[in-house]
Ligand binder design. Structure first.
Ligand code: PLP
Length: 388
């Protein structure tokens, strides 16, 4: 097969930047000695399930790392989002503003609590919610009732929250987004599944939100096997989320009293033991991933028609996944580049399909999504493990 110049140069550049021999996965977990020690210790303790010291320890470590007041560890990132939304008062038939350009779990969490995703466009600068287009869209389709409820005039439903997502680890422009949300009296619940360790104006993005949901799935920057957490500065919200995640059991030495329909979403101690070891490596992972991003930037700068996505101004990203953005004139090469990279043993991947195109979300309300549609054609994620 004769490769066109951009495809050939892209594969050559991958080979040059990545010193590890193929096959090279998109993102792989890295375990040191502590992971084996802590998991072993957990097994020996007998406390592998919903009670145990590692869970509390992991929560403290998370709160400390993010600089947030409270962390509640749960079974996965989707459950974290679900609980955060529900605890913030989002429920049946409410609409939640969120990007179409995200992983399907963001919309699934909204649907699980009976709410409806309402898709808004993303911007080239952050890959997150486009503030200007969000504001315009809300002015056009929403109205505030006398009782201060924001209604979608087209569907008659309440718009109950804004759910920005930090795509590939990159923070949204939270100052502007919070300003828009405040004007419309919308709580911000953030999908920070991919952005643990990323900073906006020097602080974790959760400081601009009611609550943030983090994921510790195997492909995220640190992993607990499967796991997630909600972090927040709101003490009563944290308490409610912990209560909901632990079958809403009222604390008592022996009585089983439950005061609402709760969930069995607490992170098991065995998963938390892995997390306690992983979080000790997090600073090192971020440093390594930022160095890899620098190498990608330098190498791909030489090639016309492609750019490596750079962290937005004012933000410091964990660069969870590095991202190649093709110029519109090269968008038709995307699949050739992916196929040639795979043949060479580099498991790059395209962007997720935009959520409003999936069968179960096709009928959801949606703003103009032209920028997301363009980005979908042009994005390729590059191998980004911390040991590359
Ligand atoms: C991984 C991810 C989730 C879901 O996390 P899980 O732990 O897999 O449930 C949600 N949103 C985004 C953007 C993600 O990348």
């Amino acid at each position: 097969m004769v490769l066109d110049p951009i495809t050939k140069r892209t594969v050559d550049t991958l080979t040059r930047v990545i010193t590890k021999k193929p096959p090279v996965g998109l993102h792989e977990p890295i375990f040191s000695k502590d992971e084996f020690t802590f998991v072993n210790e957990c097994l020996h303790s007998g406390f592998v399930s919903s009670i145990g010291e590692f869970v509390t320890q992991f929560e403290s470590a998370l709160a400390e790392f993010t600089g947030m007041d409270h962390a509640v560890a749960v079974v996965n990132g989707t459950a974290a989002l679900e609980l955060a939304l529900k605890a913030c008062g989002v429920g049946l038939n409410d609409e939640v503003l969120m990007p179409a350009l995200t992983f399907v779990a963001t919309a699934n969490a909204v649907s699980h609590i009976g709410a409806v995703p309402h898709f808004v466009d993303s911007c080239e600068e952050t890959l997150g919610v486009h503030p200007g287009k969000l504001d315009q869209h809300l002015s056009r389709i929403s109205r505030m009732t006398d009782s201060e409820t924001l209604l979608n005039r087209e569907t008659g439903r309440r718009i109950a929250a804004l759910l920005p997502v930090n795509i590939f680890g990159h923070p949204n422009d939270m100052a502007i987004i919070r300003n828009i949300a405040e004007r419309h009296q919308l709580p911000i619940i953030e999908d920070a599944a991919e952005s643990l360790g990323s900073l906006y104006h020097g602080k974790f993005t959760g400081n601009w939100c009611r609550a943030s949901a983090i994921s510790f799935n195997g492909n995220k920057i640190i992993t607990t096997g499967g796991g997630g957490a909600v972090v927040t500065n709101d003490a009563s919200l944290a308490l409610l989320i912990k209560h909901m995640s632990t079958t809403a059991k009222v604390p008592h030495q022996w009585e089983y009293h439950h005061d609402m329909v709760g969930y069995n979403y607490r992170m098991p101690n065995i998963n938390a033991s892995l997390g306690c070891a992983q979080i000790k490596q997090l600073t090192g992972f971020i440093r390594a991933k930022r160095e890899l991003a620098d190498r990608y930037h330098e190498a791909f700068d030489q090639i016309d028609g492609v750019t490596v996505f750079k962290e937005p101004q004012g933000s410091q990203s964990n660069y969870w996944l590095n991202t190649l953005v093709l110029d519109e004139s090269n968008a038709h090469q995307r699949d050739d580049i992916i196929a040639a990279s795979h043949s060479a043993g580099y498991y790059v991947r395209p962007l997720w399909k935009l959520l409003h195109t999936l069968p179960m979300y096709r009928k959801c309300p949606s703003a103009d999504l032209s920028i997301s549609e363009s980005l979908e054609r042009r994005i390729i994620n590059l191998p980004s493990s911390a040991d590359l």
